[in-house]
Write a protein that binds this ligand. Structure first.
Ligand SMILES: CCCCC/C=C\C/C=C\CCC/C=C/C(=O)SCCNC(=O)CCNC(=O)[C@H](O)C(C)(C)COP(=O)(O)OP(=O)(O)OC[C@H]1O[C@@H](n2cnc3c(N)ncnc32)[C@H](O)[C@@H]1OP(=O)(O)O
Length: 302
């Protein structure tokens, strides 16, 4: 971590050379609609589209998986896209949003942990930890432009950003609803919640599995702005400008000072956290309820 320079403090050694890039098209670049020079070249993969604007130093990263459930592939592609932007000194900020109607991110892809063997569940959870660590400690400014539902793991992604703008639609609820699914948020999600909305509000919201509609999310401090849906992107850009007005080194070191202890706690206990996750989700009772929940989701669709 090159803390002294204040430029890159995301722990680079975190990224593992996962051999799971099956089916991905990472690194492919294509001209953005309307053409343009280097500043308008977008890149991405099947599940993540990156639209970089070199002139402003801001890239828009769009999730485009079905329901943006965090599959292993999506997690991997997000980490790689993030790293690519962090390594390019042109970029100072990322706006993270969804290309999927009505859903920002549906949280963990439950098919990755339902009916899978322990080794797969472990690989999956390590990828989830990796993305959170990468985002939470990113040297770039991350603004979440939340244009859809944002439950559980979706909320984690939003919480790892520096700022959250939520579309004012009562269906777009946000929060950590794990308890209602019979699962328990691990300590680092709890810590992130507490860091954002405080201890008492987290205690209540975590136990009750609250999913907050926009006005309540704003009131509790889970999001920073609630705006009409057609103003989410422009508001995210204005927020970005506000954050980028601060000298990078001062903002980055301050971010690190605020977040490092929380990230270090997971880094120290990463293997134990993975084992806890695996033994928890592989229990017969948990597998049965995951199965039933997935079935309900599929039926609800019809
Ligand atoms: C003491 C020991 C402690 C140990 C602790 C250790 C570990 C603890 C364990 C876990 C902690 C993990 C923390 C995070 C948890 C999660 O993220 S769990 C996932 C929570 N997410 C949800 O509950 C969201 C479920 N989905 C929805 O509510 C809706 O789908 C929606 C996101 C609001 C979107 O609605 P709509 O646009 O109407 O889309 P559909 O409902 O029709 O869905 C479309 C298809 O997508 C599938 N799908 C949706 N969500 C998921 C998902 N999360 N995973 C997998 N698949 C999902 C849905 O089934 C549809 O599929 P088909 O098209 O029918 O195939």
């Amino acid at each position: 971590m090159a803390l002294a320079s204040g430029v890159r403090f995301a722990p680079r050694a975190l990224l593992r050379p996962w051999a799971l890039l099956r089916g991905t098209t990472l690194g492919r670049t294509e001209p953005a609609a309307g053409g343009g020079g280097d500043g308008a070249r977008r890149f991405g993969s099947q599940r993540v589209l990156v639209e970089p604007d070199a002139a402003s130093g801001v890239a828009v990263m769009k999730l485009r998986n079905p329901s943006n459930a965090l599959s292993l592939e999506l997690l991997t592609e997000l980490v790689i896209s993030l790293e690519k932007l962090e390594n390019d000194k042109t970029f100072r900020g990322i706006i993270l949003t969804s290309d999927c109607p009505r859903v920002f991110c549906a949280g963990l892809d439950l098919t990755e942990i339902c009916g899978r063997n322990p080794a797969h569940c472990a690989e999956y959870w390590k990828a989830m930890q990796e993305l959170w660590l990468r985002m939470y400690l990113s040297s770039l400014v991350l603004v979440a432009a939340i244009n859809g539902a944002c439950p559980a793991g979706g909320c984690i992604i939003a919480l790892s950003c520096d700022c959250r703008v939520l579309a004012d639609n009562p269906k777009y609820r946000i929060g950590l609803n794990e308890t209602l699914l019979g699962i328990i948020a691990p300590f680092w999600l709890k810590d992130t919640y507490v860091n954002t909305i405080g201890h008492r509000a987290s205690e209540q919201a975590l136990q009750l599995g609250s999913l907050f509609p926009p006005a309540e999310a704003l009131q509790v401090g889970l999001v920073d702005q609630v705006v009409p849906e057609d103003q989410v992107q422009s508001t995210a850009l204005s927020e970005m400008a506000r954050w980028l007005a601060v000298p990078d080194h001062a903002r980055q070191l301050t971010k690190n000072m605020m977040r490092k202890a929380t990230a270090d706690r997971l880094l120290r206990q990463r293997d134990a956290d993975t084992q806890n996750f695996v033994s928890f989700v592989c229990r017969d009772s948990i597998q049965k309820s995951l199965q039933a929940y997935l079935e309900k989701l599929r039926q609800r669709k019809g």
